[in-house]
Unconditional design. Sequence first.
Length: 430
Amino acid sequence: MRTTTTLASAMALLLAASPAAAQKFDGLADTPPMGWNSWNHFGCQIDEDLIKETADAMARNGMRDAGYEYVNIDDCWHGERDEDGFIQPDPERFPSGMKALADYVHERGLKLGIYSDAGAKTCAGYPGSQGYEYQDAMQYARWGIDYLKYDWCNTGEGGAQRNPVEAYTTMRDALYAAGRPIVLSICEWGDNEPWMWGEEIGHLWRTTGDIINCWDCEVGHGNWSSFGIMNILDKQDGLREYAGPGHWNDPDMMEVGNLSTPAEDRAHFTMWAMLAAPLIAGTDIRDVSDSLRTTLTNEEIIAVDQDPLGIQGYAHKKTADVEIWVKPLMDGDWAMTILNRSDEPQDFEYDFMNEYAFEDALTGRRTAFEKEVYDVRDLWAGEDLADTSRPIRKRLPVHDVLALRLTPTGPMPTRQENEIEPDPGSAKQE
Ligand code: GLA
């Protein structure tokens, strides 16, 4: 953690003091945002050709049609401010300028995102927006930007620490004043519990420090750490009640495509869908393999993430090796994912009729498998399995998932309906 301040009371005061007219733009993230971001794979090695080629690829490889919308430039695009204080892109990396790049991306049916920071400098040391919020928001609006990831580096320490609610509210108001609908992605790493105050300010908020491309690890960098997929998953505990349409927990941009095996990529993607997380791809998608494309564009997994109810899933049952997660979906459906966290294959059996019902304390939704039958569909195999009247048995490969969708089909047949009519003659003889 880079900061630790908790500011519940100051937050409330600041929110109450905000001008009545200022607000975030509504309707921009009714379901979790989907797109791509440069940071996880490319770091600072970015330029306009990469962004254009990525937009071309998304339009061509099925990602756009599967719902990926934003092409997001992360840190390191910046040049200097001009004599009037307006930020300019790096003239060597982005020689055509941001307006031309936004036009290019828009012409392909996609949207352009950009990155800034609430401090004087970004995490990589480029100009931040502190003190320039309204000018920067105006510049982004002029360029045709659609999404802003707003980071938290260099915002001070101790008594000089910038107040996060003030900082993010200022940028929210600046974007609103600039008049162009722009998604605001709050990126303060969960340090100040943004789930407590983020709903009125942004459309998504990071819940943790940075993700890194390992299954289960923590990598220290001095005063902060980055975390593997399982570590980040564990840190989502207790946060589901804060997310919903228009305001999402963000467990960070995906490492799908950057992990060690296709199974890990598949499991990571599925768990982010179970979390109703923003699906922001973080790999090089310009020349994507068939296997990775199949993972990133699995419509049935994406439908779990993008379900209009926007209910974040939760762990129904956990052992050290295997976790069962469930997520209530529209029309009485449920997503159910069985995750093998362990380094060995696991044999999994689930007898719906004799296990505890799924019972969602948040929504009051519950299953009654003894009374109602659900069809069971395997979302990675793309095939219908049995229904919930019979147990399922599967071998789970290492670091992989079984992802299911349960759809109610009607009442469980009563015993009499199931049984063959007894022979009246033999009954009499007894
Ligand atoms: C922070 C963010 C990352 C990325 C880098 C860029 O660490 O959390 O997601 O934007 O800054 O420098």
